[in-house]
Design a protein around this ligand. Sequence first.
Ligand code: G16
Length: 543
Amino acid sequence: MSIQTVSTTPFDDQKPGTSGLRKKVPVFQQPHYLENFVQSIFNSVPELEGNTLVVGGDGRYYNDDAIQTILRMAAANGIARVLVGQHGYLSTPAASAVIRKHGAAGGIILSASHNPGGPKGDFGIKFNAANGGPAVESLTEAIFEASKRLEHYLSVSCEDIPLGEAGTYQIEAMQVEVIDPVEDYANLMAELFDFDAIRGMFKAGFRLRFDAMHAITGPYARRILEQELGAAAGTVINAEPKPDFGGGHPDPNLAHAREMVDEMYSDDAPDMGAASDGDGDRNMVLGRHFFVTPSDSLAVLAANATLVPGYAAGLSGVARSMPTSCAVDQVARSLGIDCYETPTGWKFFGNLMDADRITLCGEESFGTGSAHIREKDGLWAVLFWLNILAVKGDSIKDIVHHHWSVYGRNYYTRHDYEDIDSEAASTLMSMLGSILPNQVDREIAGYKVKAADQFSYTDPVDGSVSANQGIRLLFENGARIVYRLSGTGTQGATLRIYIEAYEADVTRQDQDTQQALADYIEIAREVADVAGYTGMDEPTVIT
Ligand code: G16
């Protein structure tokens, strides 16, 4: 075999963030940049040698080039077999499903998730382990350390693999199988959900609008919703994946999934609206004229899980990231199961699932998932809702209102200040950290602060500690304000402020969220002097 050893020098910025390494496309296009990171993965995960690796991405610009590079390097690094999605496609949840089903030693997923694509847009790469989940922090640290020491990488010369044609190919001693990216995932969904009941609901006239945002979920949603479940043709809009997502921002929130959201608030709104992101792991769910917050969605799924065949035996436990609202905690309490609070990042749920401590988990950032795989899963969440709706026969709005009447409502919002100066952002966070002790027992605008801290997490399974995971102001009445800096952006810094207040009184559960939280929003801005540090009077995105 003609392995080439290529000399290189380290880059100093290959530290993975919340979810892998995300940079602008031109950064990845620098000579050796992608190769260095890929070699750092191979150097840090020796068990890949002689084993199976899964490779795929969300189809964004540079996906194909990156896959060909990874295949050559995989062959040179002694990987025995690579499973790669046809056209280079694999949604993040499908990649997790394929890793698990085929007993692969890991997978490389190419995506910058909900970030925009195209030649000047974002690109990303992350490694998922044999359990199908994102590499845990100790591994991402090891990859970063390896990247700082790198002196050479390994590759071979060969023709490009025809990714458009399913089939089996060879690069030197390594076998490359170009597989249907949807098949394994669709089969898994059919095992979990009552497809007959959902089919019956569509047959009876139920209308769904699913916005695939010109991203990876299009082929999955068309096959499962339209072809297998009989939803009307055209149910899935923006279904063709495009390298630049049609110029859009593939982030399923009220601001970016505008077309579908407008329809859901129109006179002729369908029964349900949904959207997924660039790589298919996020979801947003709406009823007619009604938005379901991701935190509420998790709580409703947990409360109704036993209606769904795959979860009929009940839940072992649930988890949410710390800034996610406490709505699911109320459900866990009533079910008598554990509820874990983890730092932001799906990687923190993996250990809990592997140890069967939790079945369902979710995050405020439009992520919901279960132990069926080790990633959050956009289409899965939509199918979960469809299954509940098919059994209950109520509207989404009625289901959520009933939920609040039983468990109380956790009013919740997130205010993002994007693209602010990185130094100003970290000064703001240090200032907040330093004034924390003075906040305890303080009364601000009539609300008493019970505790103020920097969130730190000790993984109950492996004992690893993750410190500095966000600053919390906890009020005596259960309200919370959380501050943290995003770990997924590629430009400047993004300050996220998460605000929550609990309302048990049914007569006060139908207020506008921003109004219900107005006092806390004001407190959040003042305590952190947001305008002073960021120069911004208003957030750029409110979800
Ligand atoms: C990633 C992580 C999520 C996290 C989200 C936002 O999602 O997997 O766990 O909640 O980023 O993170 P941050 O607040 O640091 O920007 P995705 O969909 O981008 O992979």
